[in-house]
Ligand binder design. Structure first.
Ligand code: MG
Length: 203
């Protein structure tokens, strides 16, 4: 499986990163070795002094597809969750300054944390979902999927025009405003609406 991540998909987050609002989706990938599930701990990496959380709604692809048209795209995912796209912000800033790829800042081991998957049928409207992250019991980031610049369907159409999607692939749909650092000892708990789907520690 592979992990596809959408960048700058919330206007206020693009602003906080001093990036332009994109006119087409921006995506990058993490390898399967990035994945942390089952509330396993995240080990703070030695190569960074500034690792940020990015709380995101995540889709799980449930059938193979290439060049998927937007009007059929909703058939390609049945389950969603909330996840963390961990980013070594200091390394990313260095990469950006030199115009280099972001992989070492975005794709390192443990950089993709995923919560419990839930059927999308459970929700009245997945285009109007509140989600948030608590650190040590305090809410540090919250968003609503109605603020997505590119919809789930647009993302699937766009990405599958370049990269074949396979069952089990995950798509991180982008983070809202309010990213920030984590430190060793933090406990992260992420929610969709009032349901906690993710609960893990930084070690
Ligand atoms: Mg992200």
């Amino acid at each position: 499986m592979k992990i596809i991540c959408i960048g700058r998909n919330y206007a206020e987050h693009a602003k906080e990163m001093k990036a332009e609002t994109p006119t087409e989706p921006v995506f990058f990938m993490k390898p399967d070795t990035a994945l942390i599930s089952d509330n396993d701990p995240f080990f703070f990496p030695k190569f960074s002094n500034e690792v940020h959380y990015e709380t995101e709604i995540v889709l799980r692809i449930n059938k193979n597809g290439k060049n998927i048209q937007k009007q059929f795209a909703s058939r390609y995912f049945e389950q969603i969750s909330v996840g963390i796209d961990f980013t070594a912000r200091d390394l990313q800033a260095q990469c950006k300054a030199k115009g280099l790829p972001w992989e070492k800042a975005k794709s390192f081991d443990g950089s993709g944390v995923i919560g419990t998957m839930v059927s999308k049928e459970k929700y009245k409207d997945i285009n109007n979902l509140n989600f948030h992250l608590d650190i040590n019991g305090k809410t540090v980031q919250k968003g609503n999927t109605k603020e997505l610049i590119f919809s789930y369907e647009t993302i699937i159409e766009y990405v599958s025009g370049f990269v074949t999607l396979r069952t089990g692939d995950l798509i991180y749909t982008g983070t809202p405003v309010g990213v920030g650092p984590v430190k060793v000892g933090d406990r992260l708990q992420a929610y969709i609406e009032d349901e906690k789907l993710l609960d893990f520690e930084v070690k």
